[in-house]
Design a protein around this ligand. Sequence first.
Ligand code: 13P
Length: 247
Amino acid sequence: MKKLIAGNWKMNASLAGNEALVQGLLAGVGTPACDVAVCVPSPYLAQLQTLLAGQQAIALGAQNVSAHESGAYTGDVSAAMLKEFGVRYAIVGHSERRQHQAESDTLVAIKAERALQAGITPIVCVGETLQQREAGLTDTIVKQQLSAVIHLVGHCISEIVVAYEPVWAIGTGKTATPEEAQHVHSVLRAQLQAATEHADRIRILYGGSMNAANAAQLLAQPDIDGGLIGGASLKAADFLAIVAAAQ
Ligand code: 13P
């Protein structure tokens, strides 16, 4: 299966900075053997749509989507709006939103469904905190998080992307070992297999301090089908090195 390397810029962007970063990415990306995407803050979607026009190598992604279709939801951005700006992927349920915006498993599932309805691929994030890992709850937590999405979207589950992001590995420089990550990915794969006969084509990305130095080993694991990259997606050379490691 084609791997997917997606950058999550988080709340790091500016008009000038985006232009320089995208120019660097386009100059070096060539014709990648994997899918590549950048998930940018909403105000820059129009700029990115223009910067990425006329090429196929890099797709556009959003970092969130409203659980509502339209109406009186001040500050929300709907899936239909994202679609108008050429968005292909939308991250849903990132741990930073689960933590700071109190997003529940159910809300995340609704967001995934909204994205799918608009023809956008949701990148559904799951992952345990350090406390949960130390309590031996990793498998239980990630399965619970994914289960809400499986139940809501039904047979459309084969259209999603999953991202396993251990919370303790995000932005900390601590990466899950390839074996630790592979274990959780295999648990998620088994859960997907129980839900759909197409589980083998669902991409399960790893995220959490993935960088140019550790990407190849992580991506060599049988159930790691790509990466969701935070810090290392903000420098063209670092992100391109991860894209290269995925081929
Ligand atoms: P870092 O790569 O900065 O650890 O962030 C990972 C992440 O949260 C991607 O969504």
